[in-house]
Design a protein around this ligand. Sequence first.
Ligand code: PBG
Ligand code: ZN
Length: 325
Amino acid sequence: MFQRFRRTRLNKHLRSLVRETQVNVEDFIYPLFIRSGKGIKTEVASMPGVFQMSIDEILKECEVLKELGIYSILLFGIPDTKDSIGSDALCEHGIIASSIRAIKAVHPDMFIVTDLCFCEYTDHGHCGIIDETRETVNNDATLEISGEQALIHAKAGADMIAPSGMMDGIIETLREALDKAGYENLPIMAYSTKFASGYYGPFRDVAESSPSFGDRASYQMDPANRREAISESVSDELQGADILMVKPALAYLDLVREIKDATSLPMAVYNVSGEYAMLKHAGNANLIDYDRVVMETMVAFKRAGANIIISYHAKEVAKMLKSTK
Ligand code: PBG
Ligand code: ZN
């Protein structure tokens, strides 16, 4: 048999015709941090380009996002008051419920995903109700109020619910609560494989959600465990999740691929705050060609199997995609 070991060098046109992986503006969900007040737009020192904003500023931001072609957002709330059970998250007039209604009134075409958790709303900063005796989160008590939080989001007009607390049985609980209340077509994106990670550091600054004692290792996953990572996602698929997620993204792309192959659901990656901060600060210090490295990173997410990329880089990527067209 004839074998030619020299590959034909393709020109730019043909390289783009045969490229296996595409990054599109439609792939992105952009996270937003909302607090009460007016005219507030405060940049986060650890994450240049990321802001805490009041609702009026968020409405302007949505305009900018739509011009860029980004129609999907993920909301995080920073409440005025925190308490032991995160009451603001369970109230129709809480920061998230109010924000959803305000955004939908002005931008009905925005697809609103809500992060469902308690760490931003509790005074102890943990992702649920604390079990005094064990100094950890009480899983089942947290499940109960999570169902309530989901209905608050649904009634306010959320388009998709994304539980991020890693409580066992959360997907089944939310699916039942939503179905019973008539929201059987409201999708759930599970933070199905979420690791206990140092990469969340800057997020906890912006969301003001650092735990006041202990850490999240009792409910988030050990980065060393591959088989557990797969089974967590498989379990969420069985419980009725519509989309699975791996978080953080960069150090876990092996699992994006493995979970994609082990399940039949669409996959999201969460390109988290620490990952953003590393590239941003390296770019600002002229250590890397920022745009190039960002795009290379996004391609890697897609190549690993992600359908959806949740990223603080979304606006920059949208601009890059526009300028290369
Ligand atoms: C809340 C939540 C966190 C992130 C998303 N939802 C923080 C955490 O679990 O400590 C992290 C996002 C990021 O780092 O960008 N549970
Ligand atoms: Zn949390």
